[in-house]
Design a protein around this ligand. Structure first.
Ligand SMILES: *Cc1c(COP(=O)(O)O)cnc(C)c1O
Length: 243
């Protein structure tokens, strides 16, 4: 949306390791991806692709960087989405969920590749003690095994419910990892659904269509099955008025 973009970032096809290999040349320093692409429509990198990327980057001495701003911090039912692939990246970005609602973001690097010392990057918002205290509390909570297990349980419930809804309305299924999911509409009615949902009476429903042919769902990680059911009742009302 905001041209011109920073030069030097050739794009490859997700889940096509040959397309990545073709982009590598003698000036390449890193390969970066989201383990599940969010804005693109909740499209997951396969476990095989992640492992191929790790092998390829090791072979060429390149950094593997994962953008886990959307997928990290328990969103997919693991603390970080890359863990589903049993690989370890060199650098990771975090944001959004790490603050549990307050503004906080982080960049993590393995010791061998870290070029900053603690405190070297200053700024108005960097290392804000109050926000960091929130982030610590969030991480302590979400990294508990039983919390992550409960995310996976409610994600399975939500996934089944979305699939059932898709079958009822003749849509194209659903996909995602954990509580980052998309309902595939099979036609470009996403924006219309978002508008109608907002206008629902007596209370509106906030939805999100990053692509016109799907809805993306990223509920709070402590969402209950009752809340999921309530959302689906409201969504059905909207769909009945459109489809
Ligand atoms: C929101 C988002 C960002 C931007 O994060 P900032 O902390 O605002 O820089 C980057 N990557 C993904 C996948 C995002 O969803």
């Amino acid at each position: 949306m905001y041209a011109p973009q920073v030069a030097g970032f050739p794009k490859a096809e997700l889940n096509d390791i040959a397309s990545v290999a073709r982009c590598i040349h003698d000036k390449t320093v890193a390969i970066m991806l989201e383990p599940v692409q969010g804005e693109a429509g909740v499209i997951g990198a396969t476990r095989e692709f992640m492992q191929q990327l790790r092998a390829l980057t090791q072979k060429h001495h390149l950094l593997l960087i994962v953008d886990e701003v959307q997928t990290g911090c328990g969103r997919t039912g693991q603390l970080f989405a890359y863990q589903w692939s049993d690989i370890e990246p060199d650098i990771m970005t975090l944001g959004k969920g790490i603050g549990g609602g307050v503004p906080l973001a982080a960049l993590l690097a393995r010791d061998e590749v870290a070029c900053f010392e603690a405190g070297e990057q200053g700024g108005t918002y960097n290392g804000n003690p109050l926000m960091c205290a929130v982030g610590v509390a969030v991480l302590e909570h979400i990294s508990q095994a039983d919390f992550l297990a409960s995310v996976r349980e409610r994600a399975a419930y939500f996934s089944d419910a979305l699939l059932q809804l898709s079958n009822e309305y003749g849509f194209a299924g659903e996909r995602g990892e954990g509580l980052l999911r998309a309902l595939l509409l099979g036609k470009e009615i996403g924006h219309e659904i978002v508008e109608k949902a907002r206008e629902l009476e007596p209370a509106g429903l906030l939805l999100n269509a990053p692509r016109p042919n799907l809805l993306r769902f990223m509920p709070a990680l402590n969402v209950t099955t009752d809340e999921i059911d309530l959302m689906l009742v409201m969504l059905r009302k909207v769909l009945d008025s459109i489809v």
